[in-house]
Design a protein around this ligand. Structure first.
Ligand SMILES: [Zn+2]
Length: 296
């Protein structure tokens, strides 16, 4: 996949927009992940930009064998063409290690020996681990300190102005886990920073991760992308659709119908009924994409 694409520009002559779709390899795509794929795709392509597929595979215990192939096949069936090769976060560990080193040099990091049960309701360390010393054999996570006066303000392309008093909500958070794996917040902050990525369009379930990731980007002197958060599709019981909760895989035999449903959920105009194939539906929708129409 990649290469020639109906709505992919050959050059970046007039636009430097770079979007991405970044699923975890924890199962096939479902209706909720299609929404994130479609929103990120249209937002990048509407600006003549690039769109990458990144597999967020930094959590091997949660990975499900065969997911990457299933995700790729589903995207292809739905007419999505991504640029370049598939990117894998597991291949970026040098970047994450460098970021940890840079944060450590700033004096921002500390070891925390708390188990999950010992943490505060917001997940922060309550036991003053920053002022304790640990032996090298004790299992510890590595946390970044958030100064109390930290405020993150940004303009979400879908939701408008966002304002978080992060330092009051959270005194610290994990950047490397007790099992030695890099935390999602660190990996996403590094990979989503410009110039690797200039726009992140994803589900609103990740909205509360955004201030943490922007905080890390600022500490690391990285440029933040533009963020846009889409509605989350819920099941009949009001829970977010997720692979972990066993959401049904997309039915790849009706791609145009799936895209039409996703466009409706994103508040975008309905393509003419004569458009039967997914490529035509995407192409028609690309020039009409407006993030301000997405329900808030
Ligand atoms: Zn602790």
């Amino acid at each position: 996949m990649g290469g020639r694409a109906i709505s992919s520009p050959n050059t970046l002559s007039s636009c430097n927009a770079i979007g991405r779709f970044a699923p975890s390899p924890t199962g096939p795509l479902h209706a909720g992940s299609l929404l994130a794929a479609l929103g990120s795709f249209l937002n990048a392509r509407a600006q003549g930009g690039l769109w990458h597929l990144r597999i967020d595979d930094i959590d091997p215990p949660r990975a499900v064998k065969g997911s990457v192939g299933a995700i790729q096949m589903s995207l292809e069936t739905h007419g999505f063409q991504f640029d370049g090769d598939i990117q894998y976060q597991s291949a970026h560990t040098d970047r994450y290690e460098q970021a940890l080193k840079a944060l450590d040099e700033l004096g921002d990091l500390f070891h925390c020996g708390c188990t999950r049960a010992m943490l505060g309701a917001n997940g922060s360390c309550q036991n003053d681990c920053a002022n304790k010393s640990f032996t090298t054999t004790e299992p510890t996570s590595i946390r970044v300190k958030v100064p109390q006066n930290t405020v993150i303000i940004l303009n979400d392309s879908v939701l408008g102005g966002q304002n978080w008093h992060l330092g009051q909500q959270l005194s610290d958070f994990v950047v490397r886990r007790r099992d030695g794996l890099y935390a999602y917040q660190l990996a996403a902050a590094v990979d989503d920073a410009s110039p690797l990525t200039t726009q992140v369009v994803r589900g609103r379930d990740l909205l509360d991760s955004t201030p943490r990731q922007v905080f890390l980007q600022r500490r690391l002197a990285l440029s933040s992308p533009e963020y846009g958060h889409l509605p989350v599709i819920k099941d009949q019981y009001g829970a977010k659709l997720s692979k972990q909760q066993g959401a049904a895989a997309l039915d790849n035999s009706h791609p145009a119908q799936n895209l039409r449903a996703a466009l409706r959920a994103l508040g975008q105009p309905s393509p003419p009924s004569g458009l039967k194939d997914s490529e035509s539906v995407l192409e028609w929708s690309r020039s009409r994409w407006d993030p301000l129409r997405v329900p808030r």
